[in-house]
Design a protein around this ligand. Sequence first.
Ligand SMILES: NC(=O)c1ccc[n+]([C@@H]2O[C@H](COP(=O)([O-])OP(=O)(O)OC[C@H]3O[C@@H](n4cnc5c(N)ncnc54)[C@H](OP(=O)(O)O)[C@@H]3O)[C@@H](O)[C@H]2O)c1
Length: 503
Amino acid sequence: MEQLHACDDRPGPAALEPCIIVIFGASGDLTSRKLIPALFSMYVQGNMPGPFAIVGCGRTPLTGAAFKELLFARLGERLRDSRAWHAFADNLDYFPIAYDRQSFQVLARHLEQIDREKQTRGNRIFDLAVPPDLYPVIAELLGGAGLAAQYQTFPGWSRIIVEKPFGRDLETAVALNATLHEHFAEEQIYRIDHYLAKETVQNTLIFRFANSIFEPLWNRHHIEYVGIVAAEEIGVESRSGYYDNSGVLRDMFQNHMMQLLVLTAMEPPARFETDAIQDEKAKVIRSLRDFSIEQGSRICLGQYGQGEIGGRSVPAYRSEAGVDPRSPTPTFALMELYVDNWRWQDVPFYLISGKRLPRKETRIIIQFREVPHRLFREVLGQNINANRLLIETYPEEAIRLTFQTKNPGASICLRTMTMDFFYHQHYKGAALDAYARVLLDCIAGDHMLFWRQDGIELSWAFLTPVLQECEECPSPERLLHFYPAGSWGPEPARKTMALLFGD
Ligand SMILES: NC(=O)c1ccc[n+]([C@@H]2O[C@H](COP(=O)([O-])OP(=O)(O)OC[C@H]3O[C@@H](n4cnc5c(N)ncnc54)[C@H](OP(=O)(O)O)[C@@H]3O)[C@@H](O)[C@H]2O)c1
């Protein structure tokens, strides 16, 4: 039975301060596929502040009208009949920009004019939806134009949203943070990891720390291993330029997989406050056992070959447009990690992510230990499956707990049953997608769902030596295993995959 609690303490539109959202790279994929749909859905649900303005910026010479048409065409069928779109689009504008000082001075004056016309009070959010090498350039230019200062050159606030990737190793992440900090204070910086805003991911904290029955079991005495899986059916799609230089470890592990691990392993914070939570997260990354392939740490890297998915033949990674035909870039990785503390000592955390696997699935698997005395094995000759808890983000947002029961009937035999909880069951309110959630939090000035500087740098500090070991390995073929697209990854990872998917 469900009991509802009045709980939505999200700031309503009245509590959100008016602001201008400036999107750099507004002609690109992220803007039309994620940012504008998210902002539009917030508008439709009444989650945008009043008043607001959105200014798309880019080198592409577009008028405001042409920008709206471009977005309208790209947003597709779902918007075609929507009157709301036209009302929303009244707040959209485009400002052609060159990435130089003069252009940013003109932008500053343009924003001041919008402030006067729309009463947006000098509050600005700058979203960097551009290739990552432009992040420091734009931060410098914003600083130079007086657009970064909080409450100084204008009355309102200034915030900057940085999309992933946040650096490509420890050195570049530290350098990027240093450039950002020359102009923006840490509390003005919002480093997005939209995985963190997925409902089931956020719910992991509530599930762990608002229920008394799981926490006593959440440790090495009761948990045999933890699996964190982000399987993708898609290949490299149109991102080959970026992906071939990055690979799965940078694309998925440094950010999303690390966040899932941290949420699963962290200690309860003393308060449900941003800094208290970020402190606990940082502690987990600091507790990760040093990872050295030389010293026997387990990693399996793979790259998809030609294969079949859903009855359709798909090309090998090396035959994808824009990929080097001899590319050593991994599209699959399995890492076995250990968190060296009292709670988790010697419990393996299997982190797995790959492209062109049979289906998209994102899940955290908590595998409990077997019962200590195998009472029924001797009587029934049956194995007793240990309990398993699944926290699924995709294809369903669900939590599932498996346990043993007796089969109905005269004879005694065991059967494994699953209790399912579907996240949206019985909930009639509107759901916010992950990008909308992070944008809303940025407008509200809430940092809870964003990476803090130390978290990013600790995560890179852990992963950079692993990347170096893999990339500078004298015989990379020893590490890179090929797998047919549509299979569950390379041969050396199959046993672990079977373990994690045998539910
Ligand atoms: N797409 C996604 O789903 C996604 C997801 C997570 C993170 N991200 C990150 O978000 C950022 C934007 O992604 P995206 O896919 O939208 O990128 P994109 O389509 O490749 O580029 C966005 C825009 O940036 C501008 N641009 C490109 N190269 C430039 C250059 N050398 N100098 C100045 N401007 C340049 C272009 O606009 P103009 O030519 O009009 O200036 C382009 O339309 C990237 O850092 C990406 O890693 C993207």
